[in-house]
Design a protein around this ligand. Structure first.
Ligand code: ATP
Ligand code: MG
Length: 760
């Protein structure tokens, strides 16, 4: 069979080939960015099928995004044909949904459970905290949600959390967690973290279930292993099984790069990759050293930055693609100037025929930085797409419509039901809702069941008007429910929801232009549903009624899934560096390289966070294949307040000889005229058109004397009031102070003469 598969090894280097051919013991492939780890994983699957006669149904591969899963499946299908279909290639979450749909009954849940995303779960936590009379100022739902999520990622159940709590916050969190889990159960719902945690529980508590999956999946492959958390790690262990049993463990192959671990805030831990050999004592490790993605200059820069991180294993990554272009550096006056530079440069590259728009990506540290780019791209008619940000599925009207569908699919889904109970307004006020809710709690029945009791007049303190309104609502939902029972098309059900509830009519009657956008979004959702209905079910897929399947799909749409295909759209892609993980682009603009932006403000005084930011810098740089641009702005407005930001410390770590500074700080280069603004003059001035590039002298900040402050000084600010200086950065005119204004928060200000602040 090897000859049949020989071509699968042709374009691999010897180390990659060994990884593809390796059989038996657990395999770890560790290597820097762009060294072909993902290629090895994909190729290994093809090789298993072609050369080792593995049945596709025996393969489970886990990727970081649904998009990566779809691509991998497609690539394998290209290599081995339609047989690829019965493999499981998915994200951890999608994989767990599949397992739970089949086996949730064992855990006492029904298989039509809802999936709560982070917004839903925060809503439920808010309700729980309110019922527990917690002070929302002291215990914000967001904070509670983070703590509960962390516990789940560590597989700590509510009882253990309560037993382990050592301070007031932990005790409160455990209390909320306990009630929250109970309410999730009553709602027949799972949140994102539950998908993993409860699947682990399923496998650990029910050996026959575990046995079923272990018999089926003889090969488990995991990409981006450095970003697994403890729960995911355990899940993999359970799937693979232990040696010494009746059934030998499945063959495990994981690939990753500890330097690219950037999801610590979701509980990811590089421990899993660093200690793989301890977890699996008979493991084989293969290192890859050749990078096939980037030119040497780009790689050298990436290595220079990442090598400053402590406690890492040094890797020697090299490329034979040549030195390539120098990395272009640009110091902008402000964020608008930075965006204009990026837009101009894109224009120039595309005009020159070197690349097309779809080969270009613009990165930033946080989603809110996309706005200035969007503004100028729109003004210049440069086609672009933003990945992430306020996403389609997060818009209010879309969430409302989906809440109707979820309530119809699962009446016990209390969060969805309560979301739409009085939307559009139908006379069921907060008081009526509270009466029903109290009754449900007392009788230990679901909120939906309590609504029916209200119609029968069994809920005390409910006034007749509310009762009638509830009766109308229940009747309407029953009518819609018949469509679901008949298994009508999702799109038809959705249309009926929008009509019968009066949702669409209300928006149509509105004068607010935003409401018209809302109608468009709802129409878009109907289109999504139509397309879904018309989708062909893949062979071997479980024939699920279309409504639950549709809801599942939209619940699991991750940011990265909306990344346009490189060759289909002629658009520039804008995204955060987190979202860019695993991707590659010929031209990358990485922006906002300022201390306080990137590295993030939060990381400035915290070595652990700083190391994570540095890994993020490494990920960002190594996405670039041929051209890399690094830019920063001297002044950036955040929360309506301009602040002067010093250069990112990461910039200073890149050897100067790799950089071609198109524009440097004015104090170093003399007047700002000595720059590449020339192009904007010759092409009609697109760069400066309408942009607020502060002219020296005009805004006065460049020549104003700095206010001298030291750590510990007390100040008074016209807007923020009294404060104490906690940090001073930069010198002379670049100086900034970070000041704790108590209730008004901690703010970083530039110490220009015109700052409305006095030292006390
Ligand atoms: P990351 O760490 O960013 O996830 P990776 O290690 O997964 O990167 P890949 O995305 O698999 O790297 O590969 C990077 C690029 O190099 C891809 O375009 C891939 O097709 C190419 N490549 C990998 N191995 C080879 C090879 N042996 N010959 C030619 N090209 C290769
Ligand atoms: Mg990869």
């Amino acid at each position: 069979p090897v000859s049949r598969a020989g071509h699968l090894l042709d374009d691999l280097n010897p180390a990659q080939r060994r990884a593809v051919e390796h059989a038996g013991s657990p395999l770890l492939v560790v290597a820097g960015a762009g060294s072909g780890k993902t290629r090895v994983l994909t190729r290994r699957i093809a090789y298993l099928l072609a050369a080792r006669d593995v049945h596709p149904g025996e393969i489970m591969a886990i990727t970081f995004t649904n998009k990566a899963a779809a691509e991998m499946k497609e690539r394998v299908a290209d290599m081995v044909g339609a047989r690829a279909r019965s493999m499981w290639v998915s994200t951890f979450h999608s994989m767990c949904v599949r397992v739970m749909r089949r086996d949730a009954k064992v855990l006492g849940m029904s298989s039509n459970f809802s999936i709560y995303d982070s917004d839903d779960s925060r809503r439920l936590i808010t309700l729980v905290a309110r019922d527990l009379d917690l002070d929302p100022k002291k215990y914000a739902a967001r904070t509670l949600a983070v703590h509960i999520s962390n516990l789940k990622n560590e597989l700590i159940d509510p009882e253990t959390a309560a037993a382990q709590a050592t301070n007031d916050l932990e005790r409160r969190v455990a209390e909320v967690y306990t009630v929250y889990q109970r309410r999730l159960g009553e709602s027949n719902s799972l949140d994102f973290d539950d998908l993993i945690m409860r699947t682990v529980e399923l496998l650990q508590r029910f050996p026959d279930v575990a046995e079923h999956y272990r018999r089926r999946f003889r090969h488990v492959l995991v990409d981006e292993y450095q970003d697994t958390n403890h729960a995911q790690y355990t899940l993999v262990r359970e799937l693979v099984g232990k040696a010494g049993g009746e059934l030998p463990p499945a063959e495990l192959c994981v690939v990753g790069d500890a330097d690219q671990s950037i999801y610590a805030f979701r509980g990811a831990t590089i421990r899993n990759i660093v200690e793989f050999e301890r977890d699996y004592p008979d493991a084989t490790t293969i290192l890859l050293e050749q990078n096939y993605r980037s030119t040497q200059n780009i790689l050298t820069a990436a290595n220079a930055v990442i090598s400053r991180n402590p406690n890492r294993r040094d890797k020697s990554l090299w490329s034979d693609l040549g030195e390539g272009e120098k990395i272009v550096g640009y110091v902008a006056d402000n964020e608008h100037d930075e965006a204009a530079f990026v837009a101009n440069e894109i224009d120039r590259l595309v005009d020159g025929g070197e690349v097309n728009n779809s080969e270009i990506a613009v990165f930033y540290r946080t989603n809110n930085q996309s706005r200035v780019f969007e503004e100028i791209f729109i003004r210049l008619g440069l086609p672009y797409r933003v990945v992430g940000g306020v996403r389609f599925y997060e818009r209010r009207e879309v969430r409302d419509a989906l809440a109707y569908l979820r309530t119809l699919a699962n009446p016990d889904d209390t969060v969805s039901l309560r979301r739409i109970l009085n939307v559009p307004k139908r006379g069921i006020g907060d008081r009526a809702e509270a009466c029903v809710s109290a009754y449900a709690e007392r009788e230990r029945i679901s909120f939906a069941a309590a609504l029916r009791e209200a119609v029968n007049d069994r809920v005390p303190l409910l006034n007749p008007r509310s009762r009638n309104a509830i009766a109308g609502f229940v009747e309407m939902m029953d009518q819609l429910g018949e469509m679901v029972a008949r298994e009508d098309d999702v799109a038809d059900i959705l249309e009926s929801v929008l009509d019968k509830t009066g949702y669409r009519t209300e928006l149509e009657a509105s004068e607010d232009p935003q409401d018209h956008t809302r109608i468009e979004n709802l129409n878009e959702l109907v289109t999504v549903a139509r397309e879904f209905t018309e989708l062909e079910l893949p062979e071997g897929a479980d024939p699920v009624p279309s409504l639950p399947a549709f809801l599942e799909r939209v619940s699991l749409v991750a940011d990265a899934d909306s990344i346009p295909d490189a060759d289909s759209d002629g658009v520039v892609t804008l995204m955060t560096i987190h979202t860019a993980k695993g991707l590659e682009y010929p031209v990358v603009f990485s922006t906002g390289w300022e201390d306080g932006v990137f590295p993030h403000m939060r990381a400035l005084g915290d070595p652990v966070e700083l190391a994570e930011e540095r890994r993020l810098a490494y990920v960002g740089i190594t996405r670039a294949q041929r051209r890399l641009y690094l830019s920063r702005a001297l002044v950036r407005s955040a929360w309506g307040q301009p602040s002067a930001n010093p250069a990112s410390r990461f910039l200073g770590e890149i050897p100067e000889d790799l950089l071609d500074w198109r524009r440097v700080e004015p104090s170093r280069s003399g007047p700002a005229a000595a720059t590449t603004w020339g192009r904007s003059a010759s092409s009609g001035g697109i760069a400066s058109r309408g942009l607020s590039r502060p002219a020296p002298g005009k805004t006065g900040w460049k020549d104003a004397p700095a206010l001298k402050l030291d750590v510990g000084d007390r100040v008074t600010h016209d807007k923020y009031g009294l404060g104490r200086v906690v940090a001073v950065d930069g010198a002379g005119l670049r100086a900034t102070a970070t000041i704790d204004f108590g209730g008004a928060g901690t703010v970083r200000l530039m110490l220009i003469g015109s700052v409305p602040m006095t030292k006390l």
